[in-house]
Design a protein around this ligand. Structure first.
Ligand code: SF4
Ligand code: SF4
Length: 340
C-alpha cells in the first residue's frame, strides 16, 4: 500500500495542474510561491496515505480533477479514479507547518530553470523583517519552523546580510525555533555569519549533477566553490544539518546523479533530489542551454529516490535530522526515510 501511495506521489509530482470544481472552496489559504517548482501558481497541499504533495490548482483546466462526493475528496485523471481519499492540508507560509519566505525574488543571475526573477509584481510580497515577524506571530502554534531563501540582489554579501538581519530578529523573538537558510554563498565568512545569527540548518544547492551541465544551466555561478562552501558548512553547522539540492532531467545519466550524491554524502552533506519540471516560462531557456531533453518519468523519480536512500544510509545521513525546508516539508519530492 505504501508503495502504491509513493508511486502516486511520483506521478503527481511530475503531473500537471489539479482542476478544482467551479465554486469549490478549498477552505485553506492558497499558497502563491515565489520560489520552488510551483513559483507563480496558486497551489494547495494534498495529503494521502502518509504522503503530501503541493500542486498548482486551476478552476479552468488540469491533468487531474478534484471530485467531491459525500464530503470525501478524490482525484481523477482522464476520467478514471486516481486517488480515492485525499485531504487538503493547510500551509503556514508556503508549506505545511513552516514559515518559508523568499526574501527577494529578484536575482542578478540567470539559472535557466529558475522562474523566480520572471514573476510579475503581483506575486512580489515586499517582505521585510518586521512583516516576516508579524506573519510568524499571526500563526501561533502552527509555525513550527522558519526557513529563508532569496534570489541574489545587489551582491551575494548584501543578500546574505539581509538574511542575517532577519535571522537575528527571528532568533530574538523565538529562541528555540528551528531556522533553515537556503542562500547562495561565495565566502566562508557568510556561512559563519548565518550560523552566528542563529540559523540551525543550511542548504547550499549544487543544482546539477555534473560540472558540464552546471556550466550550461547556471552560467553565472561557481560549481567548484559551492563544494568548498558545503565542506565548510559541515564544519560550522554539523553533519545532519547541511543539505544540497541537485536538479536532474537536463540530459545527465542516472550514474552522474548517483556519483554526485555519493560525493555529497561522503562530505557529510545530505543530497536532495529535485526532478526538473519544464513549463512554459522556463522551456525556451532550458532548451537553448541543453537542447531538447527527455521528460523525467515517475519510474526515474522512484529509482533515484531509492538510490538516494541507499547512499544516505551508507554514510549515516538521515532526512529526519532536518526540521526545516524541503526534507521536512516533503511536498515536492520522494523523500528518503519519510516517503520511502
Ligand atoms: S541564483 Fe539561480 S536559482 Fe537562485 S534565484 Fe538566482 S537565478 Fe534563481
Ligand atoms: S518541498 Fe521545498 S520547494 Fe516544495 S513546497 Fe516544500 S519547501 Fe517548498
Amino acid at each position: 500500500m505504501i508503495q502504491e501511495f509513493t508511486e502516486k506521489k511520483a506521478e503527481l509530482i511530475l503531473g500537471g495542474n489539479v482542476k478544482i470544481p467551479k465554486g469549490f472552496d478549498v477552505g485553506v489559504r492558497v499558497s502563491r510561491s515565489t520560489a520552488g517548482p510551483g513559483a507563480g501558481n496558486p497551489s494547495v497541499v494534498f495529503a494521502f496515505g502518509g504522503c503530501r504533495v503541493k500542486k498548482a490548482i486551476s478552476y479552468d483546466d488540469g491533468e487531474f480533477d478534484l471530485v467531491e462526493r459525500d464530503k470525501r475528496l478524490s482525484l481523477y485523471r482522464g476520467g478514471s479514479p486516481f486517488l480515492d481519499d485525499v485531504r487538503i492540508q493547510p500551509v503556514a507560509f508556503h508549506c505545511p507547518e513552516q514559515a518559508f519566505f523568499n526574501l527577494d525574488q529578484r536575482c542578478i543571475y540567470h539559472c535557466v530553470y529558475c522562474n523566480s526573477p520572471f514573476l510579475g509584481r503581483d506575486t512580489w510580497k515586499d517582505l521585510n523583517d518586521d512583516k516576516i515577524l508579524a506573519d510568524i506571530a499571526s500563526m501561533p502554534g502552527v509555525v513550527c519552523a522558519v526557513a529563508l531563501t532569496s534570489g541574489v540582489f545587489g551582491s551575494v554579501g548584501e543578500t546574505v546580510g539581509r538574511m542575517v538581519s532577519c535571522i537575528r530578529k527571528i532568533r530574538a523573538a523565538y529562541p528555540d525555533m528551528p531556522v533553515g537558510v537556503e542562500p547562495y554563498v561565495d565566502d566562508r565568512k557568510q556561512i559563519d555569519s548565518l550560523r552566528e545569527a542563529g540559523a540551525t540548518e543550511i542548504k547550499i544547492n549544487c543544482e546539477a549533477a555534473t560540472s558540464e551541465v552546471f556550466s550550461k544551466v547556471c552560467p553565472d555561478l561557481d560549481y567548484g566553490n559551492i563544494f568548498k562552501m558545503l565542506a565548510y558548512a559541515v564544519e560550522v553547522f554539523g553533519k545532519g544539518h547541511v543539505a544540497s539540492n541537485l536538479i536532474y532531467g537536463f540530459g545527465e545519466d542516472n550514474a552522474d546523479v548517483i556519483a554526485r550524491m555519493e560525493m555529497l554524502a561522503k562530505m557529510g552533506v545530505a543530497p536532495g533530489l529535485r526532478a526538473l519540471k519544464i513549463n512554459p516560462c522556463n522551456r525556451r531557456r532550458i532548451e537553448d542551454a541543453v537542447g531538447t531533453v527527455e521528460p523525467n518519468t515517475p519510474e526515474r523519480v522512484l529509482s533515484l529516490a531509492k538510490e538516494q536512500k541507499r547512499i544516505m544510509a551508507e554514510y549515516g545521513i538521515d532526512t529526519r535530522t532536518f526540521r526545516t525546508m524541503c526534507f521536512e516539508c516533503t511536498c515536492c519530492d520522494i523523500v528518503p526515510f519519510r516517503d520511502i
